[in-house]
Design a protein around this ligand. Structure first.
Ligand code: RB5
Length: 154
């Protein structure tokens, strides 16, 4: 897979470790930086990664900030992007199986390195379940197109 990875200043060391892990796993990495030498605003980095996912230039993205929250809020503004913070094995797995998450957001402040390695591996190796979840993800896409005015049936 081709995966874009970005961080703000709070996620730099975690980003470098994740990039190393992805290389070891044989993935193609687009490292957009940043924050290595100065404070950066997480929406600017989220735009670099989520924009690439939205335009289909990469298959998936990984974003790291202090909590993973700001990155996910910003990334979800991009069409076709489904981003969320994952912080344990279950959220990493279910984000793929049920939500077809294409941008994984991680906390550089809270999560340990070994846990992050495992979360990334689970997230990379877990397939979308499809079926009824396909319908639900399609409804998310419809909301995006209608700017939230779609009425969802049950
Ligand atoms: C930066 O101080 C911090 O706000 C950012 O890394 C992130 O945690 C935002 O959600």
């Amino acid at each position: 897979m081709r995966i874009a990875v970005g961080s703000d200043h709070r996620g730099v060391s975690m980003r470098l470790k994740v990039v190393g892990l992805l290389h070891r796993l044989g993935q193609e990495v687009v490292d957009v930086g940043s924050g290595d030498t100065e404070c950066v605003d997480y929406p600017d980095v989220a735009a670099q990664v989520a924009g690439r996912v939205s335009r289909g230039e990469v298959d998936r993205g990984i974003l790291i900030c202090g909590t993973g929250l700001g990155m996910s809020i910003a990334a979800n503004k991009f069409q076709g992007v489904r981003a969320a913070p994952c912080h344990d094995y279950l959220t990493a797995e279910m984000s793929r199986r049920h939500n077809d998450l294409n941008v994984l957001c991680l906390s550089g402040d809270i999560l340990g390195e070994r846990l992050v390695d495992r979360l990334v591996e689970i997230w990379l190796n877990t397939e979308f379940d499809g079926g009824r979840h396909e319908r639900r993800v399609a409804k998310i896409k419809a909301l995006e197109k209608s700017n939230g005015s779609s009425t969802a049936s049950t």
